[in-house]
Write a protein that binds this ligand. Structure first.
Ligand code: NDP
Length: 323
């Protein structure tokens, strides 16, 4: 069904010429032979998810309903402006109405709360997304709590976090949901496997860990106070990197054959590729060592938008008559 994975077949991929990986004299890990690494094409999977939403949008139209997503941007952060523009464009392509609210950085918390309240009451709006980060004088927590939980398509409201934590998710946060879909698409078996999540943010690390746990993985969460990060990651069958540090996780920190999902989106700070995007892991170094891996760009990023659209359609289905 999906054409974008460069090497299909269940993970882990087969080892090339069959020689085992070894520990070098200096203790570092090296490969005696190359492994076939499956590159997971998130852009292609995202396209197929978006295409699959068409039938659901048509079914809603039959009930005189059109999914609607309101996106609020406060301030002029260039990266956030790009994200918001991409989300609006993706909505239009999927037949979802997009309501964009771009507010100046001087907007007060009360003004933002008032707008959220208005959108909560607007029946044409099924999903509300507040682009983070917000200016420092506004409490993201207070704004997220003000969003009606049934319109919280990001899944950040405490009610939705609680539902996720108890295995009854209403909206799975988009990036963590994307991580899980990528793993499933690559055929990665999770039950009984050791998954290491690097990063413990509310929007990525923690929910990913919960979702992996739900799939019966043994989960370790690492963060900035974790001593000897490499020693922990080397135990992992599955590595999810959500740190925000360019190529921080080197190939020597990853077990041969591990599945690697790279959530990080970073700019390369220097060198010939300065300014280009890269992830949190050493992608080039892991080709031939990881069992499967997501590229940056083209891995988790496109999935996040696809699953935002899916959550919006889901919200509209909940709200539709007999939905
Ligand atoms: P946060 O900054 O909120 O969290 C980063 C996490 O990494 C923290 O838990 C932090 O630990 C941990 N960390 C920082 N330094 C280290 C270190 N040296 N060793 C181990 N852990 C460390 O980031 P987000 O979770 O919001 O995002 C992470 C990355 O994912 C970013 O690059 C972001 O751009 C990207 N992202 C990509 C998305 C996509 O669609 N592809 C969506 C969302 C994010 P501590 O808690 O101790 O500070």
């Amino acid at each position: 069904m999906f054409g974008g994975v460069s090497q299909r077949g269940a993970w882990p991929a087969t080892i090339g010429r069959g020689k085992p990986a070894s520990i070098a004299d200096n203790g570092s890990f090296f490969e005696a032979s190359q492994m076939k690494t499956q590159v997971i094409d998130g852009a292609a999977l995202a396209r197929s998810i978006r295409a699959g939403l068409g039938a659901r949008v048509t079914a809603l139209a039959g009930k005189n309903a059109r999914p609607g997503l309101a996106v609020i941007l406060v301030g002029e952060d260039p990266a956030s402006q790009v994200y918001v523009r991409n989300k609006s464009r993706a909505c239009e392509e999927a037949g979802i109405a997009s309501f964009q609210h771009s507010l100046p950085a001087s907007t007060s918390q009360q003004q933002l709360l008032t707008l959220v309240g208005t959108l909560n009451r607007n029946p044409a709006v099924h999903g509300i997304l507040v682009q983070l980060p917000l200016p420092k004088h506004i409490s993201a927590d207070a704004i997220i709590r003000a969003i009606a939980p049934e319109k919280d398509v990001d899944g950040f409201h405490p009610e939705n976090v609680g539902l996720l934590a108890t295995g009854n998710a209403r909206f799975v946060p988009c990036t963590p949901a994307g991580v899980m879909r990528l793993l499933a698409h690559a055929g990665v078996e999770l039950a009984g496997k050791h998954a290491v999540v690097v990063g413990r943010s509310n929007i990525v690390g923690k929910p990913v860990a919960l979702l992996l746990l739900e799939k019966h993985a043994t989960v370790t969460i690492c963060h900035s106070r974790t001593p000897d990060l490499g020693a922990v990651i080397r135990q992992a069958d599955v590595v999810v990197a959500a740190v925000g540090k360019p190529r921080m996780i080197g190939a020597e920190m990853v077990k041969s054959g591990a599945a690697v999902i790279d959530v990080g989106i970073n700019r390369i700070p220097d060198g010939p590729n300065a300014g280009k995007l890269c992830g949190d892991v050493d992608y080039a170094g892991l080709l031939g060592k990881a069992g499967c891996i997501t590229p940056v760009p083209g891995g988790v990023g496109p999935m996040t938008i696809a699953l935002l659209l899916e959550n919006t359609v889901r919200a509209a289905e909940f709200a539709a008559p007999n939905g």
